[in-house]
Design a protein around this ligand. Structure first.
Ligand code: ASP
Ligand code: MG
Length: 420
């Protein structure tokens, strides 16, 4: 069995959905489980809806209407697919979403509400694609991945309960997937009280890897709008080149530092079972793309990773005493509690600094808790983190140019530069 994953960009319009139909038809003879993300930018849109609903901004209805219009325009673009089954299903799902966002919610419940609401992007997109394929004569079975991806209740960043997930996938899903193509959602799972959970933004790659691991799949293919894994984001660097073969560990490093082509958690489950990962272009599906596997490939290119919207937090004790183990213990436990992942940490005698993604709603609460510990917190926003992996001579100059370096860190063959 093979696992295919299509991201939001591949289903951003009706032509995208039709293109998936063509790619799947080319693989008609294979046993496939297909993981699909929310269409286009609808996850961002749903995030706005969560905000509107939790803070009662009065925009809920307008945002819902926009979301509906967007999806219905895709449905209408699929011509004969205005099948009543499809329209019924989609109307029902929207009705459910409407009822959900009308339920009063408080800012304290933000992460929980987020998961319940944002999951609809994936539910809608997979329904549309599944129905479209059926009307095209491509037999498939839509399944709700929340029945199989079992998680804890760390909302917005849920952890997989591997034993349960593996058991239910091999007992219940495997027999089904052996018989016909399965269409399912990435990114979403089920928590301890049957609530919806999500695996973190861009988490659909990870879902594909989880299914692959539990089904002992032959391979995973992530279909992207780029040729494969490049040594830099081609939107940022003109001469970015394709990496045809990549070892698992290089792929983990690159993904971890923010190479957005692969979600960081994706590789480990695949590596554990030696399942190769292909990253291929849905625009040119016959091109080879990148193969990530255990074959020992020497990565002979420098890789450049750009992460925007970074924030630097510098913590000091108010009485100018040293930052000691006890402070660090408290700081790290607050970071964990607020689910902030540090991209860089650095400490000196009197200060502790960390760099993190600037995520709505997370940092403000953390800062106020840090201040309660008697620490002063200085924040610098709108920074960019540039990572050079496997640098060669001249790499630094190429990417940094005249940018002001705020913080620099070097470990092994990786260098990080926080720049303004
Ligand atoms: N739809 C989710 C997101 O945009 C998950 C994914 O696409 O992987 O983050
Ligand atoms: Mg996406």
């Amino acid at each position: 069995m093979k696992i295919f994953k299509f991201g939001g960009a591949s289903v951003k319009d009706a032509d995208g959905v039709k293109n998936i139909g063509k790619i799947l038809a080319d693989h008609n003879a294979e046993k496939l489980l297909v993981v699909i993300s929310a269409m286009g930018k609808s996850t961002n849109h749903l995030e706005k809806l969560v905000h509107a609903c939790v803070y009662g901004t009065g925009e809920t209805n307008a945002l819902l209407m926009e979301l509906k219009d967007y999806h219905y325009s895709i449905i209408h673009g699929l011509e004969k697919t205005n099948s009543s089954a499809m329209v019924n299903d989609i109307e029902n799902i929207f009705l459910e979403l409407e009822c959900l966002v009308e339920t009063p919610a408080t800012p304290e419940e933000y992460d929980f509400v987020y998961d319940q609401v944002v999951a609809f992007g994936e539910l809608i997109s997979t329904k549309i694609v599944s129905h479209y394929l059926l009307t095209e004569g491509f037999k498939n079975q839509w399944i709700d991945s929340r029945n199989f991806i079992i998680t804890d209740n760390r909302y917005r960043d849920a952890r997989i309960q591997w034993d349960e997930t593996e058991k239910i996938i091999s007992n219940k899903l495997k027999p089904l997937a052996e018989k016909q193509t399965v269409i399912t959602q990435g990114f979403i799972g089920r928590g301890p009280v049957n609530e919806t959970t999500t695996l973190g933004r861009e988490g659909s790659d990870y879902s594909a890897a989880i299914f692959a691991y539990c089904l002992n799949a032959e391979s995973v293919t992530i279909w992207k709008d780029v040729a494969g894994v490049m040594n830099a984001d081609p939107k940022k660097m003109d001469n970015a080149s394709l990496i045809s073969n990549l070892g698992y560990s290089d792929a983990i490093e690159l993904a971890y530092y923010g190479a957005s082509v692969i979600h960081p958690k994706t590789i480990q489950p695949l590596m554990a079972k030696n399942i190769p990962l292909y990253v291929k272009s849905f625009i040119n599906p016959t091109e080879l793309g990148t193969q990530v596997s255990n074959q020992n490939h020497v990565l002979d290119l420098p890789c450049y990773i750009f992460k925007e919207n970074q924030v630097l937090a510098e913590l000091k004790t108010r009485d100018f005493t040293f930052i000691v183990e006890q402070n660090l213990e408290q700081i790290f436990s607050l970071l964990a509690q607020h689910k902030i992942r540090c991209n860089i940490i650095q400490n000196s005698a009197i200060s502790f600094s960390f760099v993190a993604d600037n995520k709505e709603n997370k940092l403000t609460n953390l800062i106020s808790d840090l201040e309660k510990l008697g620490l002063s917190v200085q924040i610098t926003e709108s920074l960019e983190l540039i990572t050079i992996y496997n640098a060669v001579e001249g790499s630094k100059k190429t990417v940094l140019g005249i940018k002001e370096i705020i913080l620099e860190q070097n470990t092994g063959n990786t260098s990080h530069y926080l720049v303004r």
